[in-house]
Design a protein around this ligand. Structure first.
Ligand code: ES4
Ligand code: ZN
Length: 329
């Protein structure tokens, strides 16, 4: 077995995956056509080519806009699991789902989550792929509306909805990580786990990661690449074994970073941080969970033992119960 095939076939979890980005390119384009949603372009080569995070997020919001009926949501959920099993032997996935986007189009919290969870449960039954859901605060929205979102999580409990996270960015494309502190505190008080996007791109900093950890009190960090700019914080989070859900191939697009041994994620791994890898937005970054290993980890120069350690970190950092973790190991 050639090493890239070994990496592709290794059983995997992923912890950082925005639900709408599990849509296939063909379905994104056909649903956009059906509903008359204008995409930035319908040329697939251009549709998936972005100058930066803000530019990408225009396409990301369009994808949210094409998922309208319960069947659109359930079918996207089911087919996305099947595609990831074929592409990279996916065994378990955590999905970021952003109810605030859908609410602006009249799709309520349970109207969104019922079909998504139905589709994912059917895929779990047929394919053995477990899942949990991370409800995502839309960072374009107010701190007050984030609290209301958590109130909805409390009012409508689902066994699979286990955590609070984030997506999108302020219209100014800046991070203000402390601003959702009240929403995070409320979620924690009700027993939810928490994660936050922090320290992803050049406009972010190690301080953003520190605030996510110390002010929001997160159990996990999404991205977090800027942590390396603060040696003390890096050592502290290494000692705490705080999980970092990184997304190698997305950084090639959003930060123009080469995938090599000098990549920030490769440095994070060598620094002893608790790093797992995920796709983030599969359709938009033309990636899948197989390629994050067979291209990402391969090009970082990670050996077989290292790749196994990263796959295990993806179980260790998961927000599921210990029975599910035991099944995955
Ligand atoms: C995202 Cl802020 C951010 N970064 C990367 N991917 C994303 N998908 C949605 N929001
Ligand atoms: Zn993300």
């Amino acid at each position: 077995l050639a090493y890239p095939d070994y990496l592709r076939l290794l059983p995997k979890t992923e912890l950082h995956c925005h639900f709408v980005s599990t849509l296939s390119a063909a379905r994104l384009i056909s649903l956009a056509d059906r509903y008359g949603v204008e995409l930035p372009t319908t040329d697939p080569d251009e549709l998936f080519d972005y100058s930066d995070l803000a530019d990408f997020l225009v396409a990301f919001r369009a994808a949210t806009d094409v998922l309208r009926s319960p069947d659109d949501l359930a079918t996207t959920a089911y087919d996305g699991v099947r595609a990831a099993v074929i592409a990279g032997n996916l065994r378990y996935r955590e999905y970021g789902v952003n109810p605030q986007y859908f609410a602006t189009r009249g799709i309520g919290y349970t109207e969104l989550l019922d079909p998504v969870i139905d589709g994912l449960r059917a895929a779990e039954r047929d394919l053995g792929v477990g899942f949990r859901i991370v409800v995502a605060i839309n960072r374009r929205e107010s701190a007050r509306s984030a609290v209301e979102l958590v109130e909805q999580m409390v009012r409508h409990p689902y066994a699979e909805v286990v955590a609070l996270g984030q997506d999108d960015l302020t219209p100014e494309n800046t991070e203000d990580p402390g601003r959702f502190a009240e929403a995070y505190a409320l979620a924690k008080r009700h027993g939810f786990k928490t994660t936050a996007h922090a320290g992803e791109t050049a406009t972010a900093s190690a301080e953003d990661v520190r605030i996510a950890v110390d002010v929001l009190g997160v159990d996990r960090i999404d991205h977090g690449y800027r942590v390396l700019d603060d040696a003390e914080l890096t050592a502290r989070l290494r000692d705490r074994h705080l999980p970092f859900a990184t997304t190698p191939l997305s950084t090639r697009v959003l930060s123009k970073w080469e995938l090599d041994a000098d990549h920030r994620i490769a440095h994070m791994i060598r620094a002893g941080l608790n790093v797992s890898v995920s796709t983030d937005d599969g359709v938009f970054f033309r990636t899948d969970i197989g390629r994050e290993y067979s291209e990402g980890l391969l090009d970082f120069g990670i050996d077989a033992a290292g790749a196994q350690a990263i796959a295990l970190a993806g179980i260790d950092g998961a927000f599921c119960d210990d029975d599910e973790k035991a099944r995955l190991r």
